[in-house]
Design a protein around this ligand. Sequence first.
Ligand code: BT5
Length: 286
Amino acid sequence: MNQTDLEARLKNLPLGAIRFFQQIPSTNDEAANWIKAGCPDVALVVADEQSAGRGRGGRKWYTPAGSALAFSVVLCSAGQIGQLHEYQNTVRLNGLGALAVCQVLQKKYQLPAKIKWPNDILVNGKKLAGVLAEAHWIGNELAGVVLGIGINVATASIPPADWDTLNPLPFPATCIEIVLGASVSRWDLLHAVLEELLIWCVQLSEARFLDAWQQNLAFQGEWVQIVSPGSDAIIKIGQVIALEYDGALQIREKSGELSILRVGEIHPSGPPFGGFLVRPVDSSKK
Ligand code: BT5
């Protein structure tokens, strides 16, 4: 792939501009610099390989050459930025990226994809993709949001077990070609995810976006531990109930009390001793 071919592949999508790199440290960093220099709305940065791909909280994201999709979309139109002003967090924007990837995996490849709140895509309980939404300010002005997405496509995209000794994989990883048992065009996949993203990004404020996200949540009704990102410290243990209006996660603790979480990472856990079962809330009745 090169810049000209990628532009030709994506020419029917309403993208502001495209930059393609064979190798860069991180597409999110490149997009952030582009915002500072002035870039159009819905600008796209794609890299075949990232040498310093990032996850949340300073964690690393593995993107070797020729096997994964790594890209960032800059969103700076009023509606998308309004989400951040309204909710003061990027959770809904993580949900936007996660929902787009999840639905493409389901519709285009018939894979049983689920969203592990807030930003991971799981297939058969293994991590296949991750999303990193970052807000960028110039002075007091919110200049744009960078929505970074990494998707494992071919087997080589799966991080080796000893790849990050500081943060051993909390979840086993997988890729599309392993679960599908067939080869996949990364550029068709990119086109499909961008198409889905563009459909949802103008509906970020609508109930149907929250409903679609909630319907695709992994661990609905199951007992989970919420740990602080990048550490093993358990913040809460509870059952996954529903999403709040801003995309925060609602869980019910053993005491029956409802807790709202805006940061954290889900780890599955068995029901605590004496636990009880509650049905997840039906979002259509909200
Ligand atoms: C994420 O963070 O899952 C967000 C990943 C976002 C990556 C994209 S690629 C394009 C754009 N440019 C960037 O620099 N980043 C974005 P988090 O939930 O913090 O998960 C990070 C953890 O996932 C790491 O600590 C590893 O354990 C694990 N991990 C790293 N690379 C992986 C991979 N390729 N597949 C599965 N797990 C991986």
